[in-house]
Structure formats: structure tokens, C-alpha cells
Design a protein around this ligand. Structure first.
Ligand code: 1PW
Length: 212
């Protein structure tokens, strides 16, 4: 199996590696998890390419911070928030001199992670006649949609309509038969939820949930 074949197992592993014993989240593994999800989106077909492009550019911004001269401050989400806030590197109310801070960039991925969590939970508990497009858009409307302008919501809606059916989805997740996929989702989701919650609490505590 080639390295760029998507496997749900890899997502589980990267999100597991992203938490240390102090419940800090490693940026490196957080974006590696997203990189896996991009591979997943790409295997769903071209309709998802405008979505994955945005995610790819955000992964790139964070990678540049991580490999840049202040990289040591970007090791965990916690250290990134502290560093950027202490050094006034975040546009807090409107976009200005720091339009692509680590904090605002990660916040976009963070919001999208909530969508993913809600969607995978629906997929996990779905039945044979459940529609992936409906599960996807219900999850979207409950989460990310409120942060997107009308035009993006429309485009995302179109992409959802072109999603493959549930059987193909289970296949693309590449984790065995349906029962095995469901079991692995059951194992992965609490991890994703934990990473999400830790980030959410950190951002809430620092008043960063509405960064422009
Ligand atoms: C099949 C399951 C796939 C789940 C992947 C979830 C990815 C969601 C990304 C949606 C991106 C839509 C197009 C881009 C919109 C950007 O404007 C928006 N980005 C995100 C990630 O929400 C906001 O970023 P911006 O414009 O403030 O830099």
C-alpha cells in the first residue's frame, strides 16, 4: 500500500500522538492529522478540491511557523497562543498587521475539526439508508456554517451533493468491513473530541474564539 493511501487508522494514530501527558497539543501532529484528512478528501473526488486547497494552505502557514526561526514557540498550541499573545502577533478584532497569525489560522482548522467530529459520529451511527450528503450537511449546518459567508456555504453545499454514497465512504476510510470501520470510528472519535475540547477551552480562556 503506497504511503499516500488514506487509512482511518493513520488519523487515529496522529491524533493520539498529538496529546502529551500534560494535555498539550503538538502542532506537528495536529497538522499531520489534517494532512491525512486532506488525502481523504482528495480521494473523494475533485468536488472537494477547493475545500482541501484551503486546508492545505492553512497547514502550510502553520508548517512555516514551525520550521521558522520562532519554531520553538510553535511546538504546542498552548505555547503558540502564549507566544503570539505576549508578543502582539495576533489581530484580535479586525485584520491588520497579522492577517495570518498562527492563532487565527489554527482556529479555522479547529472549527473544521468540529464539523468532522459531528460528521464522523453520524457516519458511525448511520444505517444502510442514511445519506452521506445529508449527514455531511447536517454536521456542517450545526458547526462550521455559522462561520462561513453565504457564497462559501453555497459552494460547500454543492460539494456535499456530489459526495459518494455510504458504502463508498466506508471503503475510502480503508479500515476493513463496515463493522471494523464503525469500531475504529468509536475509538477515534473520543480522541478527536478531546483534542477539540482542549483547544476550545484554551481559546475560550484567552478570548480567541472570534479571531478575524
Ligand atoms: C468529508 C469530510 C471532510 C471534512 C473536512 C472539513 C474541512 C472544512 C473546510 C471548509 C473549507 C471551505 C472553503 C474555505 C473557506 C475559508 O474561507 C474558511 N476556511 C475554513 C477551514 O473554514 C475560513 O478561512 P479564512 O477565509 O478566514 O482564511
Amino acid at each position: 500500500m503506497s504511503a499516500d493511501t488514506f487509512r482511518l487508522q493513520k488519523v487515529l494514530e496522529t491524533f493520539r500522538s498529538s496529546l502529551n501527558e500534560n494535555k498539550e497539543v503538538y502542532v506537528k501532529y495536529y497538522i499531520a492529522g489534517w494532512q491525512e484528512l486532506v488525502t481523504f478528501m482528495n480521494s473523494l473526488g475533485n468536488v472537494f478540491s477547493f475545500i482541501s486547497k484551503d486546508v492545505v494552505s492553512k497547514i502550510q502557514i502553520l508548517e512555516n511557523f514551525l520550521s521558522g526561526e520562532s519554531g520553538s514557540h510553535y511546538v504546542t498550541i498552548q505555547s503558540m497562543v502564549k507566544y503570539e499573545l505576549e508578543n502582539d502577533l495576533v489581530d484580535l478584532t479586525k485584520r491588520g498587521s497579522h492577517p495570518e497569525s498562527g492563532c487565527r489560522t489554527l482556529l479555522r482548522l479547529h472549527r473544521a475539526l468540529h464539523w468532522l467530529e459531528l460528521f464522523l459520529e453520524r457516519l458511525r451511527t448511520s444505517t444502510e439508508d442514511s445519506k452521506t450528503s445529508v449527514m455531511c450537511s447536517d454536521a456542517y449546518n450545526e458547526s462550521l456554517a455559522q462561520h462561513h459567508p453565504w457564497l462559501i456555504r453555497k459552494a460547500v453545499g454543492v460539494a456535499f451533493c456530489a459526495l459518494p454514497g455510504r458504502d463508498t465512504f466506508f471503503e475510502v476510510l480503508n479500515a476493513g468491513d463496515h463493522a471494523q470501520v464503525v469500531a475504529l470510528l468509536g475509538e477515534s472519535l473520543p480522541l478527536i473530541a478531546e483534542v477539540y475540547q482542549i483547544t476550545e477551552d484554551l481559546y475560550a480562556k484567552n478570548n480567541l474564539l472570534e479571531l478575524p
